[in-house]
Write a protein that binds this ligand. Sequence first.
Ligand code: FES
Length: 68
Amino acid sequence: NMLQLVQKHSLNFPGFGACKGSLACCTCHLILDKEVFQKLDPVSENELDMLDLTCGVTATSRLGCQLC
Ligand code: FES
């Protein structure tokens, strides 16, 4: 997933993935292009619950740790 990609390649996104994918933070919040968003699996209830607590959410927001 996106979190593993950031960690594997030591990409410099300060704070990204603070909860290591346990859906307890929103540091992995991504705003995707509509075309990309539509190709992904549906958002789970747990991800939706965390997105509800995330600032700046848009119609194409996802949590990067949940994307495969
Ligand atoms: Fe915390 Fe994604 S890393 S919700």
